[in-house]
Write a protein that binds this ligand. Structure first.
Ligand code: CDP
Length: 211
């Protein structure tokens, strides 16, 4: 079974993806980490994030063993990731890894921006997780300050708005809901309620498939 979860920054898709993977005994890939890792490697080489040559080389040379690097959550790396993610050859270089991960038995949950539309258009279940920018900014702000990071609610909201705009307006695999994705708005749902809704959607699909 392949489950595709997409949505904007801080929508809760990562937490949800992990919980769903545990519940159904599937592997989990947070695909945002791939773009964060490419941005990290470009920065390490001293290159410009919008330089297609450097970013594409970094994507081709990416070592998936480094995806658990805590530095990938460093402040500002989400913004940097969104710049390299707009470069089409970077996305192309990361595509096969994601598809191979999804197809390995017994299946996987992948979360990102283009899983239901580009990476796994034939996924068994697609969920598009969203919430208002204000709710997402509040969550991300609490997450950051909880880790001891200095942040203001206003700067987090601004980052979220800028990233939403960049991710949804780019030409290469823009962030959008697949036509057949279930829309899960978590503005007024806590993680438990969101999880229960998602499990209901997945079990409903599995029932339709007769498995
Ligand atoms: O955790 P958060 O939602 O802040 O970000 P993320 O999921 O780690 O993604 C960081 C950036 O990578 C996003 O802003 C996107 O530009 C990019 N990304 C993408 O283009 N496609 C994906 N499948 C996943 C992430």
């Amino acid at each position: 079974m392949i489950i595709a979860i997409d949505g904007p920054a801080a929508s809760g898709k990562g937490t949800l993806g992990k919980l769903i993977a545990d519940r159904f005994g599937l592997a989990h890939l947070d695909t945002g980490l791939l773009y964060r890792a490419v941005a990290r490697d470009v920065r390490r080489k001293g290159g410009a994030l919008d330089d297609a040559g450097t970013a594409t080389a970094a994507a081709r040379e990416l070592d998936p063993a480094t995806l658990d690097d805590p530095e990938l959550r460093a402040p500002g790396l989400g913004e940097s990731a969104s710049i390299v993610a707009g470069i089409a050859p970077v996305r192309a270089a990361l595509l096969q890894f994601q598809r191979d991960f999804a197809r390995r038995p017994p299946g996987a949950v992948l979360d990102g921006r283009d899983i239901g539309t580009v990476v796994c258009p034939d996924a068994d279940v697609k969920i598009y997780v969203t919430a208002s920018p204000e709710v997402r900014a509040r969550r991300r702000y609490l997450e950051k300050t909880g880790r001891g990071e200095a942040a203001t609610y206003e700067s987090v909201l601004e980052d979220i708005r800028r990233r939403d705009e960049r991710d949804s307006s780019r030409d290469a695999a823009p962030m959008r809901r697949a036509a057949d994705a279930f829309l899960l708005d978590t503005s007024n749902l806590d993680i438990e309620a969101a999880f229960n809704t998602a499990v209901g959607v997945i079990l409903g699909k599995a029932g339709q498939r007769g498995s």
